[in-house]
Design a protein around this ligand. Sequence first.
Ligand SMILES: *Cc1c(COP(=O)(O)O)cnc(C)c1O
Length: 423
Amino acid sequence: MKKTPFVTKEKLAEIVREVPTPFHIYDEAGIRRNCEAIRKAFAWNRGYKEYFAVKACPNPFLIRIMKEYGCGCDCSSLTELMLSQAVGCVGDDIMFSSNATPAEEFRYARKYHAIINLDDFTHIAFLEKVTGDLPKKISCRYNPGGMFKISNDIMDNPGDSKYGMTKEQLFEAYRVLKEKGVEEFGIHAFLASNTVTNEYYPLLAKVLFETVVEIREKTGVEISFINLSGGVGIPYRPEQEPNDILEIGEGVRRVYEEVLVPAGLGEAAIYTEMGRFMTGPYGGLVTTAIHEKHIHKEYIGCDACAVNLMRPAIYGAYHHITVMGKEDAPCDHMYDVTGSLCENCDKFAIDRMLPEIAVGDLLFIHDTGAHGFAMGYNYNGKLRSAEVLLKEDGSYQIIRRAEMPKDYFATFDGFDVYDKLFV
Ligand SMILES: *Cc1c(COP(=O)(O)O)cnc(C)c1O
């Protein structure tokens, strides 16, 4: 499918007059449409809830939009918990996913009555020790090990992943938790990332639903919520077919009817913790081409760099690029599109066929709405960019200002770099 930016060149030209590039821009209308589709896809399940994976796009303005559709927050750090609180998510609206979690974060999660998802058997004792007791409601994370396959295609390798408990540990965990007075139980698994197929959730659901039946047989514990977590992907490449969330919801429903309902477990709530699918396609990184360089290869240097979008540098991930205003021009030039970090991996695209780019052209790097800005860092002293929301009515709002040097220097307490340099 041809990839088209959700914002016009004229609108970007207007925004750039107030907000210098680079910046991330988000599409409110797209986020809302997607929230509605998800709600519809799982409407068959009475307890359904999406816990937006805050790490994918930790901006309270965006989380607040999703909250309007009943979404909660999936958190795994102190500041993510605080962000959730700030948008009014507390108690059952927060899933706290632990994994090598510090005591302080468990305490904070308990204080605001978040649902805790235990990553390991030893966390039962740890949680009890550091918070004084166990909550009445708790979830456990399952890792079945081995390879996770769809037909013969390997989707991911849970056997190599640091998360979750083995099946034996899981059974033992529920026995111990029940003995210690826990009353409500959940189960969670995340077995494959960025799956671009409608079969992932239904297959995962089958694994989890069958495990839920087994847990009741072996331990007497009845699981009341089943968390399919994240992993629903998006088509980063134009030739990829997007997931159909309605078909995914229907696929999960069929497995639910097949496995849980006959077992008398037809009251169980389905939870999801999608991050990428919620915001990924509804964000773009806007950058200006500021240099061209002709050596052994052709380079376009832009004012964004890997600190604004790290995925290409660390995973070699593909992000589609549109040269604004040249959507219909032939892609007859091969470029490496780079940032300015002193790291050769700082390339948004390698050997990419694009229209001829002139210095000053605006580039729209697609699908940066999840794990984009969020993965940002300060290497080379680069500062984090602004984030802009393109609103439904066509206006725009700055939902995070760009970092300034004073932010970068703010943590050198006792060494007043900023005062010395900038007064
Ligand atoms: C990262 C993560 C998610 C979201 O994953 P996506 O691939 O963005 O959907 C959900 N749950 C947990 C526990 C995670 O760590």
